[in-house]
Design a protein around this ligand. Structure first.
Ligand code: PLP
Length: 402
């Protein structure tokens, strides 16, 4: 074969530029100088308030609060539903560090629920753990965009009177059975950090239909008594009920980042289609590779293919390492969730030693075989085809080795 040594030269961490419309809006904010969201003139609507209103409309939520980061939105959500120090909060064993970190930031304790081979939360394990007497909240992470059966999850949590907070860092723009991700639980949280689906460097959004939760989240985010300048917010009397009991934990969104984000949200649907086209090319190129298991996509959902995962299930660690190094040598950056030590963004439930965990053999088996790759929109579909050819050739070769 002539193409066995082809090498990919793209950058896996390079996002697209901010759209010109966003740059122009950012310059306008810089020129008028009112970057703080409550620094408005007359009846001016701040960029941050407009962003909230527009995002609420996109996902069909009554209320929306923009905040400093996705991790901030998660912790704010926990506070807004009344989680206290010492409480136990269920969450995914397979997620990113800011999720258990948000729980720990309140002095609460993360309790981990396993992951299946389809990379979704293990609903049988959830059903077992949800009825523990001191469990009131599940922080559900749609890690890498894989959506579980949300109807079943909701039924399990409703029956146990457990509140669901959704971590939609990887599912902004995704849909389950016609409902936008983040709209099944009491609260949905999103991230606008550079590697997510819209990019303001840092940023978070929180949506809910619960007026008291919304009022608390706005006060928590640092609104002082200026909450009437919000638009996707409940009526002033709701704030009256909670304003003396809700601490200010500053973590506001500013007008500069909101200005950059608004045009990106208008283009979100287009970006989702472009991501899914790239994902489809890689997926097709990897199909039926010996020893490699693709993650099925449930047709009831629409994910956003901003990254792709596959399993080398039950492979010895040396062979997985061999795949990683051969792919890296040919320009393809894969991340592994099975390494002995956390590297970069890949840490595991047993790396978070501030939260005690029980051994989870089924989850460990999945994580030991789990490889992960970003798909930035700066890659063309032919880049994606080349990446798939490289992975396929490396995995097939290493699979055959003794
Ligand atoms: C990025 C991310 C977050 C938090 O986002 P930040 O904006 O970086 O705080 C939460 N959950 C998951 C799964 C993430 O990948």
């Amino acid at each position: 074969m002539t193409d066995t040594l082809e090498t990919f030269t793209g950058a896996f961490t390079q996002q697209e530029p901010i759209p010109e419309e966003g740059i122009a809006a950012a310059l306008a904010v810089l020129r008028h100088g009112r970057l703080h969201r409550y620094n408005t003139v007359g009846d001016e609507i701040s960029e941050a308030a407009a962003l909230e209103e527009e995002f609420a409309e996109i996902v069909g939520a009554r209320f929306c609060v923009a905040v400093a980061s996705g991790g901030y939105a998660l912790a704010c959500a926990l506070r807004a539903v009344g989680v206290q120090a010492g409480d136990k909060v269920l969450t995914n064993a397979f997620t990113l560090a800011p999720v258990p970190g948000a729980i720990a930031s309140l002095g609460a304790t993360p309790v981990f629920v396993g992951v299946t081979e389809d990379l979704v939360i293990d609903l049988d394990d959830l059903a077992r753990q949800v009825s523990a007497p001191d469990v009131r909240v599940l922080m559900l992470s749609h890690m890498r965009g894989h959506l579980c059966d949300m109807g079943q999850l909701t039924a399990i949590c409703d029956a146990a009177d457990v509140t669901v907070i959704e971590d939609c860092a990887h599912t902004m723009g995704a849909v389950w059975e016609g409902v936008p991700s983040g709209r099944h639980g009491r609260i949905g949280c999103y991230s606008m950090q550079t590697y997510k689906h819209v990019n303001s460097g840092e940023g978070g959004l929180l949506v809910t239909d619960d007026e008291e939760v919304a009022a608390r989240a706005i006060l928590l985010s640092g609104s002082y008594m200026l909450y009437e300048r919000h638009r996707a917010a409940p009526a002033p009397e709701v704030f009256e009920r909670v304003k003396y009991d809700t601490p200010n934990v500053s973590g506001r969104m500013d007008n500069l980042r909101a200005a950059i984000l608004r045009p990106q949200l208008r283009g979100l649907e287009t970006q989702v289609a472009r991501w899914n086209a790239r994902y489809g090319v890689v997926e097709a190129g990897l199909r039926d590779t010996p020893g490699l298991r693709l993650i099925p996509r449930d047709p009831r959902g629409r994910s956003v293919g901003s990254s792709i995962q596959f399993l080398l299930l039950d492979w010895p660690a040396e062979k997985v390492t061999e795949v990683l190094s051969r792919c890296a040598a040919r320009g393809v950056e894969l991340k592994w969730f099975g390494g002995a030590e956390p590297v970069g963004f890949t840490s595991r439930y047993d790396s978070w030693r501030y939260a005690a965990s029980q051994p989870m053999p089924a989850t460990d088996r999945v994580l030991r075989g789990l490889l992960d790759m970003r798909l930035p929109l700066t890659f063309s579909e032919s880049d994606c085809a080349q990446i798939a050819r490289i992975i396929r050739s490396v995995v097939s070769t290493v699979y055959e080795m003794d």
